[in-house]
Design a protein. Structure first.
Length: 395
């Protein structure tokens, strides 16, 4: 029979979802699973935005422009201005979630065999999209002992070679919750200008900064042709299923190349853009209240983790994730066991094993990413499960 491609054979599975069958089996046994493996908030999508979709008078759900609906892009210009980002409608390309944005940017900025430098651990899907586009990720290590702070800029220099075309960050960071401030970004800006590289930044979590102010890479003066932002409505408006993201850059050639690829898929989801545009009518206080709720969840999670024997953690400053080191040699096996063979008061917790967020083999084996996307009561019960599970697993 026909065989699949080598690319298909070597496709990189999601470390976030690969345990899903074990969770389904646990639920079939009647066990309640606390899902903290994935960034799917439990906060309701804004009713105003949902009603805009429900009450639309569209007679035909037509293709939208490949670059996105004009009125939505115009409102995004005003939205970005809140963060002192000055762009125009022509600098914005609406995408099918941040996932498509990543794919389009990698395809437009790099050729197969080119390299992109990424601090690790990093969002696991970067590795998958790099593989799909033939791009090689060159990881630069960060460490839990100093809260995964950005390495000294001098550490980037040895990784830059003839095939290096970009540096790629997530700010605030998924999976670590770290924030790269103005000084970090300015130093990286000088580096990319020196070596004529792109500086690609995933800013999906910009609203969720708890202790420091957010600073967008698009504010770096003199780097308009180098900087690219990837964005999405999924997290800030609890609208993951809308599948609406964007690429923002003042590099006209890059936007044109991304648009050429985007035309092949015709258009981003029409209903999703309708919902996305409606979210931009919400008062600023909406996002402030959401941030305060996540801040409470953040502190609840970290306070509990610090009380579990031999668990190493830190207080993340942004997004809604924390990385933790557990006293087990292989968190992949432990997380599977938690779903397949354990429950505490008929409940268990699903976490994301850390190794899947690294490109360097052997790193992250004793770490997990924990998404604090549950209410504080559920976080407390989930941590009860983790503490009891570790005690039984290690006995």
């Amino acid at each position: 029979m026909p065989i699949i491609s080598e690319r298909g054979k070597n496709a990189i599975p999601s470390p976030i979802r690969f345990l899903a069958p074990y969770a389904a089996t646990a639920e079939a046994r009647g066990v309640k699973v606390h899902y903290m493996n994935i960034g799917q908030p439990d906060i309701p999508t804004p009713a105003e935005a949902m009603n805009k979709v429900r009450n639309t008078d569209l007679r035909i759900l037509k293709y939208t422009p490949s670059a996105g609906v004009d009125s939505y892009r115009e409102k995004l210009v005003d939205y970005y201005r809140r963060f002192e980002i000055e762009v125009s409608k022509k600098d914005i390309l609406v995408t099918t979630g941040a996932s498509e944005a990543i794919s389009l940017v990698l395809s437009s900025c790099l050729d197969p065999g080119d390299e992109v430098i990424v601090p690790e651990p990093f969002y696991a899907n970067y590795l998958g999209y790099a593989h799909a586009t033939g791009v090689e990720i060159k990881p630069i290590p960060t460490f839990i002992e100093n809260s995964f702070a950005l390495p000294n800029i001098a550490n980037f220099e040895p990784l830059i070679g003839s095939k290096t075309k970009a540096i790629f960050l997530c700010n605030p960071n998924n999976p670590t919750g770290g924030i790269y401030g103005q000084a970090d970004l300015e130093a990286l800006g000088r580096l990319v200008k020196k070596h004529d590289l792109y500086l690609i930044v995933d800013e999906v979590y910009r609203e969720f900064c708890y202790d420091d102010e957010f600073y967008s890479v698009l504010r770096l003066a003199g780097l308009e042709k180098h900087t690219v932002v990837i964005d999405s409505i999924s997290k800030r408006f609890s609208a993951c299923g809308a599948r609406i993201g964007s690429i923002v850059s003042q590099n006209e050639a890059l936007i044109k190349a991304c648009l050429t690829f985007a035309q092949l898929r015709l258009s981003a989801p029409g209903f999703g853009q309708l919902l996305g545009e409606a979210t931009l009518n919400l008062p600023i206080t909406y996002l402030e209240d959401i941030r305060d709720e996540y801040d409470l969840r953040r502190r609840t999670l970290i306070n509990r983790l610090k009380k579990i024997p031999n668990v190493l953690c830190y207080l993340p400053k942004g997004a809604f994730y924390a990385f933790a080191r557990l006293p087990v040699p292989d968190t992949g096996k432990f997380c599977q066991w938690m779903l397949a063979s354990f429950d505490y008061n008929n409940e268990t917790v699903m976490l994301a094993p850390g190794a899947g967020f690294y490109a360097t083999k052997g790193r992250g084996l004793d770490e997990v990413r924990i998404a604090y996307i549950l209410n504080t009561g559920d976080i407390e019960r989930a941590m009860d499960c983790l503490e009891a599970g570790l005690k039984e697993y290690l006995s």
